[in-house]
Write a protein that binds this ligand. Structure first.
Ligand SMILES: C[S@@+](CC[C@H](N)C(=O)[O-])C[C@H]1O[C@@H](n2cnc3c(N)ncnc32)[C@H](O)[C@@H]1O
Length: 272
């Protein structure tokens, strides 16, 4: 990001899915099997102070390459979100919303000593306190069935159809990125993802006619992203993605939806 800043280029918007610092040897369930939650060395905590300094550093670098009216979305869980919020406020960003992504198909809690973790947060913030930002209010209202869209978004976790080339350990669902880009960007605008991984943000940008710049420390993850871009060029994938995402767009926000293998459905009478 420091290199980009030297060029003077400014992005319209950014989505960041940074390390959550939750790879601490815990356990979870995947496809009915017990698995370790560790995602990789890049997700390990280096202690509260160092983690906070890292968060502040990248948010500072990002702010230098965002347009004054630009907004950024940052995903997280309780492991990193409060640290991100503190850094945002300290650096002069204005927090606009904290979206709660309610996972409609969360894995059970194996320890039975806590409530089931079933949410992630996505903070939406603007670079400047007073410069107006872009928000497609009318479209969001339409997608929410004619009511104001709320800040709780029930969306299933990533579906099998999104993993044709293998899965990044923390790949985000396309439906989440599509909603984010529709809400906060116009066609042709530039979107940055500084922790791009398998480039879900880029695939969503490609489907919606936005332009994308992704950064990641792993060439392996980025090559997965390149394969996904190639797939996103095919009319068959575009048709599949729009059909699936359109089903999700029609989900009334106040309703719980569940995911069955490959099929999203709502409880009667909203069966689709
Ligand atoms: C949570 S994942 C992002 C996943 C992505 N949203 C997707 O859908 O595939 C975070 C990514 O940040 C990358 N990363 C971690 N630390 C980094 C750093 N200091 N600089 C650049 N990338 C980093 C990791 O390689 C990982 O792919």
């Amino acid at each position: 990001m420091d290199e980009i800043a030297k060029s003077g280029f400014l992005f319209d918007s950014a989505f960041a899915d940074p390390p959550y610092f939750l790879s601490n040897g815990g356990i979870s369930v995947q496809s009915g099997r017990q698995v370790c939650v560790d995602k990789g060395d890049w997700d390990k905590s280096r202690g509260a102070e160092e983690d906070a300094a890292f968060t502040r550093r990248w948010l500072e670098a990002l702010r230098r390459i965002l347009k004054p009216s630009g907004t950024v979305w940052i995903s997280g869980t309780h492991h990193n979100t409060f640290q991100v919020a503190n850094a945002l406020v300290g650096l002069g960003y204005k927090i606009l919303n904290v979206i709660v992504w309610q996972k409609t198909n969360p894995p059970p809690n194996l320890s039975c000593r806590y409530f089931t973790h079933s949410t992630e947060f996505v903070i939406w913030a603007r670079r400047e306190e007073r410069v107006p930002h872009y928000f497609d209010y009318d479209l969001m209202r339409e997608l929410a069935g004619g009511q104001q869209m709320r800040d709780v978004w029930p969306l299933p976790a990533i579906g099998g159809w999104e993993k044709a080339f293998g899965k990044h350990p923390t790949q985000k669902p396309l439906s989440l990125l599509v909603r984010i880009l529709l809400a906060s960007t116009r066609e042709g605008q530039w979107v940055l993802d500084p922790f791009a991984g398998s480039c879900t943000t880029g695939v969503a940008a490609r489907l919606l006619g936005r332009r994308f710049f992704g950064i990641d420390q792993s060439a392996e993850f980025l090559s997965l992203g390149v394969k996904r871009f190639e797939q996103a060029e095919t009319p068959a994938f575009q048709a599949e993605a729009f059909r699936r995402i359109d089903d999700l767009r029609k989900m009334p926000d106040s309703n719980m939806a569940r995911e069955e293998p490959g099929i999203f459905f709502l409880p009667p009478p909203f069966l689709v």
